[in-house]
Design a protein around this ligand. Structure first.
Ligand code: AHR
Length: 515
């Protein structure tokens, strides 16, 4: 950007800031400034062989009484189609590093069984394997992201899996795929080389993993018609050294993405607190911890800048979300938790921050899709509910592949006990057709906030908005009452030329669209 333009923009912003200084809550949107695309893959998801995510949540098998299409639950499938999810990561998670893909192909009756040692020690019958996954992503119109086994697998095993999925010619693996009913290769792009190799994926040092990565990535071949986007197994939240060592030791042309995991845990890992019962101080503590992903992304990105100043290698935040105690009476290894307005706020705050880091953040995957951790869908035997988090992803759809816009936000604070935070959390973008998208979260559980929005660089003619809100921060949907939290039209705003006044309800998340 030219220096003069920059100075001009700063001057205009200062003028607006001065003019609206009296407003306690005001937002200036620079609708004519932006050159970074928010990758739609930031709105990605993750489904592991864990608890009832795959089995019972996505897959019930073709012989089930539960309405299904070729074995996939119809209700869940439709909800994911409606959500337009851009990608789905599979088969883990920790499970990925003990999964042997050849056990999950061929006649299901002949597939060997295994013990899912990480998640409840249950028997995995391998009835959901490569074909079932690839057919599923095709049905729901999303891109597959597979994580291969480094921890207990081999270079040969991973290399052959890629050949099986992507090779169109004559070869042992491509022929085997054809024998199993899939003529054409699927052509996968996103490929992870191990998961949490610092922990459940093998307890490796970063130096050791970096060497392993180079070996595995060498034999992760690009076949004609497809080019892999190779993702190195990255750090656990604040382990900056892991990122540094990998960036230093892996040649940049050997990796496209570097993963990162960040879970929002209230309290401690030993005492994580309950999903639906918490006080207001705990509520704010959860949101404050979620918001720390901003600092986390900045720190990892700064290290990556040293080696990759052009930001070619993307951060792939392929596990994020809330992690609470499991619901009483459920298997502790299944990680089943309810999902409240607090989770919706975590999602809203996180996604706003992810957008801001779009220059470096190429993908993020919420953990996990169905029945596990911060799920967007919960199921029982026959029924399904959409969680508040589902509705946030639904509201935020316009941000996908939109141009990130700069903004300036002034917000009042909310405090409970020792915790204090800004009440409003915002992200702004511009869609291809010129529509400006403003996502707003008001985390104050009790107070409606009058927000003054200054729309710079757009000749605003009309506004539409949708939102979610609920009586309490722990409001949630149940099988008895599915619509306690649901998306609705929002009308409490007034547009006057370039000034938009919005009465942002307490405990709400909204998407405002200006044309
Ligand atoms: O998402 C649950 C687990 O959390 C994953 O399997 C693992 O990668 C992480 O520790």
């Amino acid at each position: 950007m030219k220096t003069q333009n920059l100075k001009g923009m700063m001057l205009i912003t200062v003028m607006f800031v001065t003019f609206f200084a009296h407003a306690q809550n005001r937002l200036i949107v620079n609708a004519d400034q932006g050159n970074i695309t928010i990758n739609k893959h930031i709105y990605g998801h993750f489904a592991e062989h864990l608890g009832r995510c795959i089995y019972g949540g996505i897959w019930v098998g073709p012989d089930s009484d539960i309405p299904n299409e070729d074995g996939y639950r119809k209700d869940v499938m439709q909800a994911l189609i409606d959500l337009e999810i851009p990608n789905l990561r599979w088969p883990g998670g920790c499970f990925a590093d003990e999964y042997h893909w050849t056990d999950g192909i061929g006649d299901p009756a002949d597939r060997p069984k295994m013990v899912n040692t990480h998640w409840g020690g249950v028997t995995e019958d391998n009835s959901f394997g490569t074909h079932e996954f690839m057919n599923f992503v095709e049905k729901i119109g999303t891109e597959p992201y597979i994580t291969g086994n480094v921890g207990s697998g081999s270079v040969e095993e991973m290399s052959k899996w890629i050949e099986y999925i992507n090779f169109d010619g004559v070869s042992p693996m491509a022929d085997l795929r054809r024998k199993n009913g899939q003529d054409k290769p699927w052509g996968i792009k996103y490929w992870g080389v191990g998961n949490e190799s610092w922990g459940c994926g093998g307890n490796m040092t970063p130096e050791y993993y970096a060497n392993e990565y180079r070996r595995y990535a060498t034999f992760a071949r690009n076949y004609e018609g497809s080019k892999l986007y190779k993702i190195a197994g990255g750090a656990n939240d604040w382990d900056l050294n892991w990122t540094d060592v990998l960036m230093k030791n892996i040649p940049l042309n050997m990796m496209d993405g570097l993963s990162l995991h960040y879970y929002t845990v209230t309290g401690t890992w030993e005492n994580k607190g309950k999903a639906t019962e918490f006080d207001k101080q705990e509520y704010l503590e959860t949101l404050r911890k979620a918001a720390r992903v901003d600092e986390l992304l900045t720190k990892h990105s700064t290290i990556m800048d040293k080696y990759d100043p052009n930001k070619r290698v993307g951060i792939i935040l392929d596990e994020w979300g809330t992690w609470f105690q499991v619901e009483p009476g459920t298997n502790p290894g299944f990680l089943y938790q309810q999902n409240t307005m607090r989770d919706a706020q975590v999602a809203a705050i996180s996604l706003n921050i992810f957008n801001k880091h779009a220059a470096r953040l190429h993908m993020a995957n919420l953990a996990q899709t169905v029945n596990v951790l911060q799920a967007v869908i919960l199921t029982n035997e026959t029924d399904m509910i959409l969680t508040p988090t589902y509705h946030v992803f639904d509201l935020y759809k316009p941000h996908k592949d939109a141009t990130l816009l700069s903004h300036d936000l002034k917000s009042e604070e909310v405090s409970f006990g020792k915790e204090k935070m800004e009440s409003l959390h915002v992200s702004t973008s511009k869609s291809e057709d010129g529509t400006v998208n403003i996502s707003i979260a008001n985390i104050n559980p009790d107070k409606k906030i009058d927000l003054d929005v200054v729309l710079r660089g757009i000749d605003a003619k009309s506004v539409t908005a949708q939102f979610i809100t609920a009586p309490a921060v722990n409001s949630h949907n149940t099988f008895e009452n599915k619509n306690v939290v649901k998306k609705a039209e929002f009308k409490d705003f007034k547009l006057n030329k370039d000034n938009l006044k919005i009465a942002v309800p307490a405990n709400s998340v909204m998407m405002v669209r200006v044309k």
